[in-house]
Design a protein. Sequence first.
Length: 149
Amino acid sequence: MLPLWYNSPMIELDNRTEKTYETSRLETICDALTPLEVELIFTHNDEIADINRDFRGIDKPTDVLSFPSDPFPGAPLGSIVISVDKVSAVAKELGHSEDDELALLFIHGLLHLLGYDHEVDNGEMRAKEVELIEKFNLPKSLIVRTLEE
């Protein structure tokens, strides 16, 4: 497990929780999709609910939020905020590890930073998620399971 202050070359980690996760898989995923640095914030439901309310007008916790940076030379791609409470609950519900759930949420957030938007596209983001889930040998996400029903 990495200490709370660990920063890797591609991911700048801001862990605001007591949870620790192995982030090497996230590094590999990030490296496969972008040469740019990504800020990754781990938080709890209460803080992500505040962020969700303040930036999206939705007053409830969510699993992952993405905030692209303004493009300029040397700027990071953006920030991904993940609720460790949601990671734990969904992993338990779907029967896979928290590290797998974290990777699934990271992929989802990273694709948003790269410009994908499942709310307005014609399935391109979902297709890319399926491709990456298979590439990185991850369990089917809730999104993929929902698509199959």
